[in-house]
Structures are given as structure tokens and as C-alpha cells.
Design a protein around this ligand. Sequence first.
Ligand code: NAD
Length: 495
Amino acid sequence: MSHIPHLVPGLTPPADEAKSPVFNPATGEQIATVGSASAATVAEAVAIAKAAYPAWSSLTPAKRAAVMYRYRDLLMKNADLIASTISREHGKTHPDALGEVQRGLEVVEFVCGTPSLLKGDYSRDVGPAIDTFSSRESLGVCAGITPFNFPAMVPLWMFPVALACGNTFVLKPSERDPSASNLIVELAHEAGVPKDALVVVHGGKDAVDALLTNPDVVAISFVGSTPIAEYVYATGTAHGKRVQALGGAKNHMVIMPDADIDQAADALMGAGYGAAGERCMAVSVAVPVGKDTADRLVAALEPRVRALKIGPHTDADAEMGPLVTRQHMDKVAGYINAGVAEGASLVVDGRGFSLQGYENGYFLGGTLFDNVTPDMSIYKEEIFGPVLSVVRASDYATALKLVRDHEYGNGTAIFTRDGDCARDFAANVNVGMVGINVPIPVPVAFHSFGGWKRSSFGAHGIYGPEGVAFYTKLKTVTSRWPTGIRSGASFAFPT
Ligand code: NAD
């Protein structure tokens, strides 16, 4: 059985280091172990990244961008290998894993423009013979703590931007599927990022706590569930760090009576069941407006959900794979039990799904609930599985209020042909990312990603211009040249 190592040059973890198992979710077999870094191991990794900072940060932005150009090429050449590595430990289908690589790669493309991104502002003559310019400077050692559901894309939201801005970086990937994170970091090293400027430590809470409290880590990027995001934000900021912590979600899609129901149903299938619903931008709540819309939508969804092709990532026809772990599968099945007990109408039941030859895999079938109400736990909580809830709304105002009142505010969408309604929704919804006839409105890499309400803690979004702002600090220089000296001392503010 292979062991997935920390990637820290010169580090030899103690022989008795704790290890956690990594599984193939399609078969239920353990395929590897991964180390759980102790506080001492994390301290060593941070010290190495700190020592690498002066040399890396003093390279010109153009030199760092040149490394990113090479990195982009290497990611493209190795996309298939990265995707297979993701799928083997996460379970998602190969095309979906390739999509994940592509979205991460686009962030690398964005930072190929680093010299432009770090350009400052200049104002001549802010006073007599006085000029002001501002520039953005790197911070030091930054750290990233990432979730299982995008083991390549989410780290790529972080470290290329941090490195391009001149920082060094410590990555702590999810312990459930760590191999893809190691692979993309090794490719960054091959592209020319020094091995000590980008290091990886594996582990769980102990490793995270060691990063949150280490005085040499100046910035923390976190993506994961809301309780941990809140904890990371509170602990990191209490230790004087800047923190961006992105959390969980419950994304609603409103379907207006004028929407094309087949189009909306197809969009819901991809957005609700793709990656087995394990996406922070998955649509988990459909809100049809009016009884007729709801009846037509549920009638369109039911056969589609029953026909979902579920299989391992090696099955080229599979549309959806297994859940990531047995515990997570059981948790999602528990939510289906809860929905039934709470009185929702179970239209399609995914419990008890079994696949011949993969009986020990963590598979669940697609599940569809109708007549879900806001007081039910399956509505209030993030399920993070292939479970779609239909909440019927009598009118547009009720639908908008549902979205506004939910504690999460990551993404949302409206399907309609009415521009006025779409415009009103975009203007009045209190959610960070809004789709108009777009079910999963993940912003492209030159915009920024970020939710509102309890889906995000901290002031900055991730990647794009917000990422550059997060990983840099502003310096503003006001300069006065010889005229003042030639004309003698001045004791009053210039007027
Ligand atoms: P998670 O919160 O369990 O883990 C995320 C990271 O935190 C991992 O690296 C893990 O090792 C670490 N961690 C876990 N428990 C910890 C603890 N008690 N103390 C300190 N660190 C701890 O999340 P997950 O299950 O890996 O990922 C799924 C969650 O991530 C979902 O809630 C999903 O919505 C969210 N997510 C959000 C976004 C976003 O952009 N908002 C993107 C992807 C995933």
C-alpha cells in the first residue's frame, strides 16, 4: 500500500507519525495512507517556507509569471493524469475531474498576467512638486487549508495567486483525497517554483491548529464546511492573521412559470447530481413558482433522476460516482430518513442503491423530495449529496424571500424568460454568486469567487482581483523632490 508523503524538502517525519487511511470510494478498498503532521512537523514546514521567502519575493513579477506560464503548460499536458488521480480517491467521473483541472488551470492563466496585476496607481502633483504612487507588496508565508471535494481546483484557487504575488505557501490538503494535491504541487516545482517556496503538509485538526497559531504564517485561506470555516476565521484572526474562510452552502434555483421546464430540469440534473452533489455550488433546492410550474417540474425531474447513470470513474458512461467515504454516505442516507420522517414526499429514493461488482462502494442513488418546507432539517442543513429538494412557492416574492432568509448565501439561480424579473432577482437577492439561466454561476478566473452570509467569513473573495488583494498589502509612497530643498525649509502644511 502506498504512502502519500508530505512535500517539504529535508523533512523526515517521525517514525511514529500518525497516519490516516485513504480509500477508493468506488470499491471501498483502502489504497493508501497519509501522514498526520504534528505541530512540530508543521513548524518545520513553515520555517522552510519562511527561509524561502526573501529569494522568491525578490524575483521580478515577470520572472514569477514566466514560471506560471510553464506551470500552465505542465497542467495542460498532465490534465488526464491529474483527473484520474482525483477520481481514484474522490470518486467523481473522469469528465468532471477534467473540468475541475480546467477551472484550476484558468487561475494559473490569470496569474500569468502578474506584472499587470501588481501594477499600482500613480498621481503626479498631489501637491506642489509632490507625487504619490501606490503598489502592492507580498505578505510572507501564506497557508491554504482545502476540502475534499476539489482536491486540485481549490488549491489552485490559492497557491498560484499567492506565489505570483511573491509569497511562499504551505498547503494542507484534505486528508481524504490528498494525492491530486501532491501531484499539482510537484508539477509546480517542475515548472520552477522552488521546492521550499511551496510545501505540503498533510493531516487534520492538529496540523490546521498549528498553522492557525504559528506566528510566521501571515495569511490563511480556508475552504470547507461552515463550522470549521468559522473556527478557522476566529482562531486565525485572533492570532493576528488575515483570513479568508469559505464555508458551506444551500443553493436555491428559482424556476418561474415562463421558464422552459425541460431546460430547467436538465440544468437541475447537472447542478444537483453532478459530482454526487458534493459541490459547494451544487443546487440542492429547486423553487418552482406556482402549482402548475411545480407539477410540471417534478414530472420532468422524476424520470431523469430514475435514469441517472451511476458508476465508478472508470465507467465512461457514468454521470455520477460514489460519495467520498462510508461515513459521508451514511450521513446523506440519514438525511433522506429525516426527510421522510419530517413529512416531505419522497419521489425518488436513492437509499439501498447497489452496483454489481461494486457492492462495497459508497454509492447512493439520486434522490428527489417534493413538498419540502423551510422548517425541515433537509431544507435548513447542507446535505452535500445527490439529494434535491423541491420547495413550492406560491409567487415570486415568496421564492425570493426563501432565498433571502436562508442562512447560507453562496450561489443561487433564476430560470425565466422575463428580463425584469431576472433583474429584480439579481438586484435584491443577498447571495454572493447569482446565475440568470445559469445553474452554477462560478465566476471565471479573472473575476472572483465568494459567498455571502454564513457561506464566507472574511472580507475577500478568492482568486481573481480579490485574490490579488488578499495576498498583497498596499504601500503608498508620497515623494517630494529637490524643489523643496532648494527653496528652504517649510514649517506649515502646504495649502
Ligand atoms: P471540512 O470542513 O470537513 O474540511 C475542510 C478542511 O478542514 C480539511 O482540510 C480538513 O482536514 C480540515 N478540518 C476538518 N475538521 C477540522 C477541525 N475540526 N479543525 C480544523 N480543521 C479541520 O470540509 P470537507 O468535508 O472536506 O468539504 C466539504 C465542505 O466544503 C462542504 O461544506 C462544502 O460546501 C464546502 N466547500 C465550500 C466551498 C466554497 O467555495 N464555499 C468550496 C468547496 C467546498
